[in-house]
Design a protein around this ligand. Structure first.
Ligand code: SF4
Length: 331
């Protein structure tokens, strides 16, 4: 594994085994994240973004499981590690922040004590005083006003946004090497959102760490991500440097996402209306051809029967679409 390559995901396939059958949520995803980099994973609801995050953490909820694939983190195969080793890595080096995380907090313990306990969980020699100070400092870092006083509050005494920031603070306490943030700032005030995302960026620069930002908000991708991968139907359909993706997108689905943003000026609800026609295919029975076929304004006959592969079409730019079958990254 190249020295600066922190995470490599290869041919990841994750399914949910329901009474109706196998729901193919993630269909052969390949991703790489390097140190110092923020990768944005973007797409509409149900595209499989969160399942990718859970798969990396080996926390896919029942009735799901990783069917096949490799997830390599710093030369370690995460899917082959025993639970104890994995738990140690999860707490210290990999951090996952999920949306609406309030229910991760213990309602009977003050938020300051919860942060302090989380700090000592991986630093058993830390004094109670040091843990308390770290808790207050982290609350300040994620934008909690008057953090020393609020450390004594119970979760129900905080707004949803503040509770979310406490959970974000918990994930950042051990300065993770790889932060996976799944709609982590959704619902936060724009100013606070910017503050939290800047905290992510600072952490990444200071620790030479990396982040996977999972979002439907292309504004976040544009401002905070070095590269972006677009997901549709459990697949990556386009991946490129962020600037390239926004200026010169290739895949028709990326065009759809970006045109929705341009028309509606980053209004989230409008974006959802414009892009959430839901999958036009059944994840229980993926079609043989392109998954985007029914919604694609540029479809051709071949698209109905031949499934396109993700392939390089320019340096640092991959796309899954028959329109670019003749393009080559070497040209
Ligand atoms: Fe559209 Fe065909 Fe490209 Fe799929 S492969 S996105 S249907 S042009």
């Amino acid at each position: 594994m190249a020295e600066d390559l922190l995470l490599a995901v290869r041919d990841l396939r994750t399914s949910y085994f329901t009474y109706e059958g196998e729901v193919h949520a993630v269909n052969g995803v390949d991703l790489e994240i390097r140190r110092g980099e923020v990768l944005g994973l973007v797409g509409e609801s149900g595209a499989g973004k969160s399942t990718v995050a859970w798969s990396i953490m080996n926390l896919v909820p029942h009735p799901g499981r990783v069917v096949t694939g490799r997830i390599t983190y710093r030369d370690q195969e995460l899917l082959r590690l025993d639970e104890e080793t994995l738990r140690e890595i999860r707490g210290k080096e990999l951090a996952l922040i999920v949306p609406n995380a309030r229910n991760q907090l213990n309602p009977l313990v003050t938020v300051g004590a919860q942060l302090a306990n989380a700090y000592r969980a991986h630093r058993p020699r830390a004094s109670a005083r040091e843990a308390r100070e770290q808790a207050v400092a982290m609350m300040a870092a994620v934008g909690i006003p008057d953090p020393r006083r609020r450390a004594s509050a119970y979760p129900h005494e905080l707004s949803g946004g503040m509770a979310q920031r406490i959970v974000i603070g918990m994930a950042l306490l051990h300065s993770p090497t790889l932060l996976i943030a799944d709609e982590a700032t959704f619902g936060l005030d724009v100013t606070i959102q910017a503050q939290v995302l800047e905290t992510f960026r600072r952490l990444i620069a200071e620790r030479h760490a990396a982040a996977l930002l999972i979002t439907r908000d292309l504004g976040i991708v544009a401002h905070y991500c070095d590269r972006a991968a677009v997901m549709y139907g459990g697949e990556i359909v386009e991946q490129a440097d962020t600037a390239r993706l926004f200026v010169d997108p290739l895949h028709p689905y990326t065009h759809l996402l970006l045109s929705a943003v341009r028309y509606y000026d980053l209004d989230r609800s409008e974006l959802d209306v414009a892009t959430t026609a839901a999958h036009s295919f059944d994840l229980l029975r993926p079609p043989p051809g392109c998954f985007f076929y029914d919604r694609c304004p540029k479809r051709m006959d071949i698209c109905r029967t031949d499934h396109p592969q993700l392939r390089p079409v320019r340096p640092n730019h991959q796309v899954r679409c028959h329109l670019y079958a003749d393009w080559s990254a070497d040209a």
